[in-house]
Design a protein around this ligand. Structure first.
Ligand code: OSB
Ligand code: MG
Length: 372
């Protein structure tokens, strides 16, 4: 596989509804779309960096810079036997996993399309449908939260996640439990607490949550281990798991019992597979996280979720909750039983609407192999 041409576009898409976490409220999504071409075939990778360095250190600006100046020269015109060789070829570049992942995932899509196989098969996946969960942002009122949960349960989602932060936690969970009983429920704090809040967080134990996601600092392992010793509720790490090596340390320290995998956070599919396998070997279940991706990134996530240790429903909800229209046709839909069908066409397996991509483009650049 050889990438002869790499196109970067910064896109802006309005969100159907604002999404609020402990760190920000967004009403539209700006992200980089990577398009790679080789042998007349096109692969896509969606970068999950954001405008702001609030979820992670990377931003669209840093990712653009790193891809254009450092990643593109290391992949353009290079013959790769397999896309798993792309991440190691970027070893000299420290960090910047979201930038690396966007290009690496585009290379996997290209490779799968060149072989005429769905991405799930090339990744080693085994299922043809995946279980879908939904992530509900911080709302303006508890009534609004209850109404949202009701709607998503009616749509069939297999698990409800609600975002929490200090001041929007116990009462929110209490409201949902009182109204909807023993539904599969979890919370995500996006690093909004400190170990000083341990007694407060321990009050969540009475609600029998599936897990609490990333309660403490985005870089922390040690305090999460101390907190897990105080909580009956399993801790799931998201932000903290930036590499497979950090995951190994977190598991050894007892900092989590569950891990959320986002390929953008760990540098792409090859590293996600390594993380998935590491967790499987330690009896740690995983689920696929979401970053409010467009249908392009969402489809890629569906394929990765077919690996066998993705035993918990992922944050892979229907396109129409986020973007209407989406960049793909048809959109990703959730069936009444809360599952999403894995596309069977080659690569990510969804048709991309070039007209909508063009309409959403804020800027673009094309990089080509020197001897293409
Ligand atoms: O922490 O999982 C997170 C969205 C943006 C940034 C971080 C997170 C999220 C979500 C939404 O929870 C998941 C989704 O529906 O895509
Ligand atoms: Mg999270």
């Amino acid at each position: 596989m050889r990438i002869e041409r790499l196109e970067l576009r910064l896109l802006e898409l309005p969100l159907v509804r604002f999404f609020e976490t402990s760190f920000s409220r967004v009403s539209d999504k700006q992200f980089i779309l990577v398009r790679v071409e080789g042998d007349g075939v096109t692969g896509y990778g969606e970068c999950v960096a954001d405008r702001d360095p609030y979820y992670s250190a990377e931003t669209n600006e840093t990712a653009w810079h790193i891809i254009a100046e450092f990643i593109a020269p290391r992949v353009l015109g290079v013959e790769f036997a397999h896309p798993r060789d792309v991440f190691p070829a970027l070893k000299a570049i420290r960090g910047h996993n979201m930038a690396k992942a966007a290009v690496e995932m585009a290379a996997w899509d290209l490779f799968a399309k060149q072989r005429g196989e769905p991405l799930s098969r090339v990744l080693g996946g085994t299922s043809d449908r995946i279980a879908s969960g939904v992530s509900i942002g911080i709302q303006r009122s508890l009534e609004e939260l209850a109404a949202k949960v009701e709607r998503e349960l009616a749509a069939g989602y297999r698990r409800i996640k609600i975002k929490i932060k200090p001041g929007w936690d116990l009462a929110a969970v209490e409201t949902v439990r009182a109204r909807f009983g023993g539904i599969p429920l979890m919370v995500d704090a996006n690093a909004a607490y400190t170990l000083k809040d341990a007694d407060h967080l321990a009050q969540l134990d009475r609600f029998d949550l599936m897990m609490i996601e990333q309660p403490l600092d985005y870089d922390d392992i040690a305090d999460h281990a101390a907190l897990q010793r105080r909580l009956r509720t399993p801790i799931c790490l998201d932000e903290s798991i930036k590499t497979v090596g950090i995951a190994r340390e977190a598991i050894a320290a007892g900092a989590c019992r569950i891990i959320n995998i986002k390929p953008g956070r760990v540098g792409g599919f090859a590293e996600s597979i390594r993380l998935h396998d590491l967790c499987a070997s330690h009896g740690i279940p995983v689920w696929h996280g979401g970053m409010l991706e467009s249908g392009i990134g969402r489809a890629a996530n569906v394929h990765l979720s077919t690996l066998p240790n993705f035993t918990l429903p992922g944050d892979i909800a229907a396109s129409k909750r986020y973007f209407d229209p989406d960049l793909i046709e048809p959109p990703i839909e959730v069936a009444a039983d809360g599952t999403v069908a894995v596309p069977t066409a080659p690569g990510i397996g969804v048709a991309v609407r070039d007209d909508r991509i063009a309409g959403a483009t804020l800027k673009q650049t094309v990089l080509e192999a020197a001897h293409a």
